[in-house]
Design a protein around this ligand. Structure first.
Ligand SMILES: [Zn+2]
Length: 110
């Protein structure tokens, strides 16, 4: 994850990464609290050092072909529709683990 952000930062060699936003699905296996806890250690000594982390949690959602609608599910429902109980396998959100944004300040910034 840090490497991915460093890659973004590499596009602006003079820049310093000041903030990073992550988008994490509830079924991605990542725990936001753990990410936030590990963040200062992960970025220490990198170009990201001192950058703020913000984690956006995405609730898992499935497309239920029986209800013909998108339903929110939690990890305990697995891929079963909470509305009608039919097992549907079409997860539309929930496995995300991606960089939403990276704020880079350059020395030219006011
Ligand atoms: Zn349903």
């Amino acid at each position: 994850m840090v490497h991915a952000v460093e890659k973004v930062a590499a596009d602006t060699p003079d820049g310093r990464v000041t903030a990073v936003g992550l988008r994490v699905g509830t079924m991605s296996g990542a725990i936001p609290e753990a990410l936030e806890g590990a963040w200062p250690i992960a970025i220490a000594g990198t170009r990201l050092a001192g950058a703020a982390l913000s984690v956006e949690v995405l609730t898992a959602q499935i497309w239920c072909s029986s209800c013909e609608s998108i339903q929110e599910v939690d990890e305990f429902y697995a891929l079963t529709c909470p509305a009608c109980g039919v097992g549907c396998g079409n997860l539309v959100h929930g496995r995300e683990f991606e960089i939403a944004y990276a704020e880079i300040s350059t020395p030219d910034d006011p």
